[in-house]
Design a protein around this ligand. Structure first.
Ligand code: DON
Length: 610
């Protein structure tokens, strides 16, 4: 109204011969008003708490009747209740996964994909002879793509970035293979959380506000549904203790509960999704959805320090890359002697860089490319370490080998993990994602769920690998129906038939290194799980050729930084840097109980069943 009056007053002022300076003043005022509506300063739509919540201790729970650790207390409590109602760890994991789609929308999802490792007990094994299996529910590329489809594309937050979602088929396959309770019962808590709402905590307020304050999200039409669903109904921004209600998502989940996964892939939700693609210029067709399949694969096994470590196979790079790291680590150092000084960081970073080089060279969707496992075996570990020097960094370029490195820029150019173990010892390690935080930020109209932007995980620029970290090798180039390479590393460790550790993390390529560091510290260095999760983390991914350090006092000592630089490392230590968010469960042989630990870095909660 005020704006309309102001706009109307300009011609009147001009007619009445008012001075040019007054007109100028009026236009200035109008511009300020328009800006204030589109980009409101703090206070107009409520305060926007966009500083990360203060550090708190890791959340620890102990018990022997079952354990659930996830990113939100709501989801962990849902999992605990399912265990206490007689469900097994797979039932609880499915219920947690759906509850996170409601309570942690930046990564919990039904519009994304992931990997679920299951370590069955003899009673729950079903037809599988594997000690640990992987349910691969990674997204696939729509049929409409080719290897070069995205080479000119710039917009990461767009419907076109969405791969065909796998989460619902993945959970359904896990349920069919291992579940005990009815499917419908596993969705009930998520329906209730979405329909009745739940209390927002400071981490969720931070997460929502961080997305809501982005200028494009406030202004652009394509995010109108995102604003309608995720902005606070009266204040726009969120505070801890507000209530988030998601009625459209409740209806979608209710439909999934009643009609099963086909509602998503061939039924009403599929129709809503395809309509969203038509309106938003996305690529997923009804046929892409109809043809999507989750796949059960064997997990990757590595023997390490007296334990069996199981990780996800391709199309995740996590299992093989971490396996190679563990094999190299046993060669470069006496593991028990490693501390958190420059010698450890140097040795481990050298191992990280070499394993990431192999990842770039060989890994992609195994249904499309032949992967040679020997490139991740003991002989490869020995070969890659020939140039290792405990006093000096190996330049990443020197490891490129047959991968041609581009010298100039290319011419045209958040994930969440949860762990569940039940009283019988059945274990689930699940990491799933929308790729970036809130994925494409495209909410399917009237269906209340977000679509991933996972197409970004393909190698977009065939043939172009460079020092910035861009990879152009063939194994992970785009093709219709192909799964994009992931770094998700849900891991289960066994010893003498018992589950010793369940672990995983978000964080893109840092995931592999985060999971490896926690595994190394807990299994080989003998740190308790709370200490191993709490400990500072660092990351090297071959390119960019640098070590990235967390912003923690232990990693900020000048003598440490100097010692690393003296060895030839470029050290990148951004302020506020946090790496991953580990939600893990270990067997504590001293107390003979399970210990569940939720990371402090993004919140999270461990809950023991009684
Ligand atoms: O699959 C992958 O490796 C990535 N899309 C994961 C993204 C991620 O972890 C972002 N979260 N922090």
């Amino acid at each position: 109204m005020v704006m309309k009056l102001l706009i109307r007053s300009f011609p009147i002022a001009a007619r009445q011969g008012r001075s040019a300076s007054m007109l100028f003043l009026g236009r200035g005022l109008l511009a300020v008003l328009v800006c204030a509506v589109i980009f409101p300063p703090r206070g107009i739509w409520g305060d926007a708490p966009t500083t990360i919540p203060v550090r708190r201790p890791v959340d620890v729970a102990r018990g022997s009747q079952g354990m659930v650790v996830s990113e939100t207390r709501w989801a962990s409590e849902v999992g605990r209740e399912v265990l206490e109602a007689g469900g097994n760890a797979v039932d609880a994991a499915i219920a947690v996964g759906f509850a996170l789609a409601v309570t942690w929308p930046e990564a919990g999802n039904i519009g994304g994909g992931g990997f679920m490792l299951v370590a069955p007990t003899d009673d729950s094994r079903g037809s599988s002879t594997d000690k640990v299996v992987c349910i691969d529910y990674r997204e696939t590329a729509p049929a409409a793509v080719s290897a070069h489809s995205f080479a000119q594309w710039k917009e990461l937050r767009h419907a076109r970035m969405a791969g065909v979602p796998g989460t619902v088929r993945g959970f359904a396959l896990a349920h069919q293979q291992f579940g005990k309770l009815p499917w419908r019962q596993l969705l009930k808590p998520a329906v209730k959380l979405a329909r009745d709402g739940f209390e927002v905590d400071d981490f969720l307020a931070y997460s929502l506000n961080t997305a809501l304050k982005v200028a494009g999200v406030r202004a652009e039409d394509r995010y109108a549904e995102f604003r309608r669903v995720f902005a606070h109904p009266t204040r726009y921004f969120w505070k801890a203790s507000d209530t988030l209600v998601q009625p459209d998502l409740a209806a979608t989940l209710q439909l999934l509960a009643a009609d099963g996964p086909d509602a998503f892939y061939v039924g009403r939700i599929a129709e809503q999704l395809v309509r969203e693609m038509e309106l938003g210029e996305g690529l997923i067709s009804a046929a892409d959805l109809r043809e999507y399949r989750a796949v059960q694969r064997s997990a990757i096994r590595t023997d390490f320090a007296g334990f069996e470590v199981y990780g996800p196979p391709p199309p995740s790079s996590g299992g093989l890359t971490m396996s190679l790291q563990l094999k190299m680590l046993q060669r470069v150092a006496d593991l028990r002697q490693l501390d958190q000084g420059a010698a450890e960081i140097h040795a481990v970073a050298e191992v990280m860089r070499r394993a990431f080089r192999q990842r770039a060279a060989y890994l992609g969707d195994p249904d499309f490319v032949a992967i040679d496992p020997s490139q991740f075996g003991s002989a490869a570990a020995a070969r890659l370490l020939r140039r290792f020097d405990p006093r000096s960094a190996t330049p990443s370029a020197a490891l490129a080998g047959e991968i041609e490195l581009a010298s100039g820029p290319y011419e045209s150019p958040q994930t969440t993990h949860f762990s569940v173990v039940d009283a019988a010892g059945l274990a689930v390690s699940n990491t799933y994602t929308l790729e970036q935080s809130f994925g494409s930020r495209i909410v399917v109209r009237e269906a209340g769920f977000l679509l991933n932007n996972e197409m970004g995980d393909f190698n977009w620029y065939p043939g172009h690998t460079d020092a910035t970290g861009r990879i152009g090798t063939p194994a992970n180039q785009m093709a219709p129906g192909k799964r994009m390479l992931s770094s998700m590393t849900p891991t289960i460790v066994k010893q003498s038939g018992r589950v010793a550790l369940v672990v995983g993390s978000p964080g893109g390529r840092t995931i592999i290194n985060t999971v490896m560091l926690v595994t190394l510290r807990n299994l080989a260095l003998g740190q308790s799980l709370p200490a191993a999760v709490d400990a500072p983390r660092f990351h090297h991914q071959w390119f960019p050729d640098r070590i990235v350090l967390e912003d923690l006092p232990q990693l900020r000592a000048p003598e440490l930084l100097t010692a690393l630089e003296t060895r030839g490392h470029v050290v990148h230590a951004p302020s506020g840097q946090r790496q991953g968010s580990v939600h893990a469960i270990a067997y504590d042989p001293v107390r003979q109980t399970m210990v569940g630990v939720a990371d402090w870095r993004r919140g999270g909660a461990a809950r023991a069943a009684r």
